[in-house]
Design a binder for this molecule. Sequence first.
Ligand SMILES: [Fe+2]
Length: 180
Amino acid sequence: MANTAPMTLIDIPGRYKHIRPVPRMPNFAAWIEGVDLSMPLTDPVKAELRQALFDFEVIFFKPQKITPEQHIELGKVFGPVSKGSYFDRRPDAPDLEMIVSDRERPPAIDNWHTDISWKPNPPLGTAIQITDTPPAGGNTCWSSTSKAYDWLSPGMQRYLEDLSAVHSWEVSGFREYLGK
Ligand SMILES: [Fe+2]
């Protein structure tokens, strides 16, 4: 049975003065309007971007022409850039990893996952820029386990409270994907 308690919507006009989040679903997955990523971001904008990620869990920006340095600066709004490499690094911007999916290298981790969740201190998130899109397909879906939990019945939430999960590289499918 699901939790049928009414959801309290985030007060977007009251909370945000420098950016405009436009959620795709109630309290989840928001387009961020009013931010030019090709210009230096002010501290109030950075603070609201962090708040938006906290509120909506995944945030999107309209396509914008940004440099590798601006991409890295956007990632740093949310925390330090992770070390360790799983994909090739961009030669001119070694903080960026490149994911290439094409006919020769089709994507092989088309399953629900959280990036790099097996590390002792996993990253807060991933800042992705898509530079080349296929004419069709190639969609990425996003889900929220915290929202899913909120919508469970109180009984099911209590049942889950004492359970724990192990995040393991061994069963992530990532090793096979990288051919290691
Ligand atoms: Fe991923």
